[in-house]
Ligand binder design. Structure first.
Ligand SMILES: NC(=O)c1ccc[n+]([C@@H]2O[C@H](COP(=O)([O-])OP(=O)(O)OC[C@H]3O[C@@H](n4cnc5c(N)ncnc54)[C@H](O)[C@@H]3O)[C@@H](O)[C@H]2O)c1
Length: 276
């Protein structure tokens, strides 16, 4: 029996790296997965991939949605009412805009866009999931909101609006977790370290740029999307029944390290779909 057997789950940003790998892991673990993304064509392809890996009998659906639009998020969550409402909400969609820079250079519209998606999107996803979970009297529900290690440790290569938005995600998640702890809803934030995703690696286009980051990882490497996905499965599952209000850091030890070893880097696990 899968660890998420029979749970109705929603994953936002499901066409991207972490969202797609998590959709696959949820489907393998027996969850019904409602995948959503603002990019409808990428979402369609992602749904096809997830169906190939899903456990028998699970329901995999795709429904485009812009998480910064409250009415769209409300409609998305409401679409699961006919199945008994949502059990697990993974508010994962987020952006890091190329014009997001230091405090002196980041324009107002980039602040607004980043907060609309990264903060208001997570707030709307949490709001309508909580509403559904309460109305359907769920007793083992879970919400996971994606923050980032940049909300915990400072970087001299800033993306200031992004960093501030992820701090906001952690703060709102903690407050909701405490408020709803006795309502059968566990709420945690996921704090990934920088990952080996095409977007980040395209930005880190020289060995020197890469090394400035990998030197802080005790293993000497970036994380993989699948390593976040496995952690989200745990947070979503009933195995995590006493994990509440945590900034759940999945960073290969990056935020705990000082001087790191010069030994060779051990291999990373492979993603199932992302980056292939
Ligand atoms: N990749 C990393 O290094 C890293 C590190 C820490 C945290 N994170 C966070 O993890 C989450 C997922 O990151 P990823 O690496 O998979 O990114 P990604 O860019 O591969 O995926 C993000 C997905 O979100 C979607 N999206 C963007 N705006 C949206 C909107 N308004 N409504 C709905 N969907 C929208 C995109 O279309 C994309 O498919 C993000 O919140 C990100 O900030 C990523």
């Amino acid at each position: 029996m899968g660890r998420l057997e029979g749970k109705n789950t929603i994953i936002t940003g499901a066409a991207g790296g972490v969202g797609l790998e998590t959709s696959i892991q949820f489907a393998i673990e027996g969850a019904n997965v409602l995948m959503t993304d603002v990019n409808a064509s990428a979402l369609e392809k992602a749904v096809t991939i997830v169906k190939e890996h899903a456990a028998d009998g699970v329901r995999i659906e795709g429904k485009p949605c812009d998480v910064s639009k409250e009415a769209e998020v409300e409609e998305l969550v409401a679409s699961l009412e006919k199945y008994g409402g949502v059990d697990v909400m993974f508010n994962n969609a987020g952006i890091m805009h190329p014009e997001d820079d230091g405090i002196l250079n980041t324009p107002e519209r980039i602040w607004d866009l980043t907060f609309a998606i990264n903060v208001r999107g997570v707030a709307y996803g949490s709001k309508y999931a909580i509403k559904s979970m309460l109305e359907n009297k769920k007793t083992k529900a879970a919400i996971i909101n994606t923050a980032s290690v940049v909300a915990i440790v400072g970087s001299a290569t800033p993306q200031i609006a992004y960093t501030a938005s992820k701090g906001a995600v952690m703060a709102l998640t903690r407050e909701l977790a405490i408020q709803y702890a006795k309502s059968g809803i566990r709420i945690n934030s996921l704090c990934p370290a920088p990952l080996n995703t095409p977007l980040l690696q395209a930005f880190l286009d020289t060995e020197e740029k890469k090394l400035r980051r990998t030197v802080h990882f005790p293993t000497g490497r970036f994380g993989e999307a699948i390593e976040q996905a496995k952690a989200v499965v745990f947070l979503a599952s009933d195995d995590a029944s006493f994990i509440i209000g945590q900034d759940f850091v999945v960073d290969g030890g990056m935020t705990k390290s000082y001087v790191t070893s010069l030994d060779p880097t051990p291999p990373a696990p492979s993603n199932i779909a992302f980056g292939k």
